[in-house]
Design a protein around this ligand. Structure first.
Ligand code: B1M
Length: 234
């Protein structure tokens, strides 16, 4: 038996367990990442702390080696699957806040882009904060956004892009909203690793969200503003 197989995750103190989870995520070991997630929860870690310190940080490390050509697509896919397995455990816990429904958001990754971990994380955190989230998935052409907006009449539209080649597509969607005369019906929030404030402003979005926590805060601010406006008008 190898040393890896001998390792009992339950025997590790928190800091070593988290480090081991980063390694397991790196190696795409889904079962181990699931087990580590469970153990940290049993030890009283909040779902948010497990998410950020064990999973998101692990994926950050994967990203660095992917960029540097040490890891390749098939390996990173395994890491992504392991990360998603951990997120599946955390999702219902993050949504269990009992918060009142505060608004609705349609969210999707733009056309040409299949990255969905960040978007899923934003969805989870938004649900946890009391938003109804309609997730239209990945690789969305403008028609999908328009259909979802028409069908669900949300307060907010969220778009995610992880590639410098796909982020300009967000402007295509915003321009389509303008052409259809519905731009002002929604607050458009954008996010994804290659974006920044400047880009968000340049394409006419309402806000750039650096991470999922910022997305939640920004969404809440927009809802408060919307209610104040409605109050003032009525
Ligand atoms: Co991709 N990939 N990838 N990849 N991948 C990146 C993005 C890259 C930066 C890696 C690198 O080189 N360092 C690079 C992009 C370079 C660039 O454009 N400048 C890259 C590349 C090149 C590619 C391919 C082209 C590789 C290839 O085929 N040669 C290919 C493209 C496929 C395509 O989309 N057409 C590709 C494929 C893949 C996998 C399929 C293997 C896998 C995706 C699996 C999946 O998502 N199901 C993958 C992964 C996992 C990554 C990295 C390693 C990790 C992304 C991630 O999940 N991060 C990534 C490296 C990196 O980002 N540093 C990389 C964790 C996640 C929690 O963070 O997504 O940033 P993030 O989301 C954050 C915030 O950005 C924000 O909140 C989130 C939570 O805090 N946010 C939002 C995101 N969306 C939001 C929406 C909002 C608000 C906030 O709306 C309101």
């Amino acid at each position: 038996m190898s040393e890896e197989e001998d390792l009992d995750l339950r025997e590790l103190p928190d800091d070593e367990l988290v480090e081991q989870m980063h390694d397991d995520l790196y190696d795409g070991l889904k079962d181990e990442v699931e087990e580590g997630t469970q153990i940290l929860l049993e030890r009283g870690w909040t779902p948010y702390k497990v998410l950020t310190e064990a999973l998101v940080e692990g994926m950050r490390i994967v990203g660095v080696d992917f960029r540097d050509g040490i890891l390749f697509v098939p390996e990173v896919l395994m890491s992504a699957n392991a990360m998603k397995a951990g997120m599946t455990i955390l999702r219902p816990l993050l949504a269990e806040t009992g918060a009142q429904k505060v608004g609705t958001m349609v969210i999707g990754t733009v056309k040409g882009d299949i990255h969905d971990i960040g978007k899923n994380l934003v969805s989870m955190m938004m649900e946890g904060a009391g938003f109804d989230v309609i997730d239209i998935g990945i690789n969305n052409p403008v028609e999908n956004y328009l259909e979802a907006l028409e069908e669900h009449k949300p307060d907010l539209l969220g778009m995610s892009a992880l590639l410098t080649t796909t982020m300009p597509y967000m402007k295509v969607v915003i321009d389509a909203l303008k052409e259809n005369g519905i731009r002002d019906d929604y607050a458009v929030l954008v996010g994804g690793a290659p974006l920044n404030e400047e880009f968000s402003e340049a394409i006419g979005a309402d806000a750039y969200c650096r991470d999922a926590a910022v997305a939640v805060e920004t969404a809440k601010e927009f809802m408060a503003r919307k209610h104040n406006k409605a109050g003032a008008a009525g």
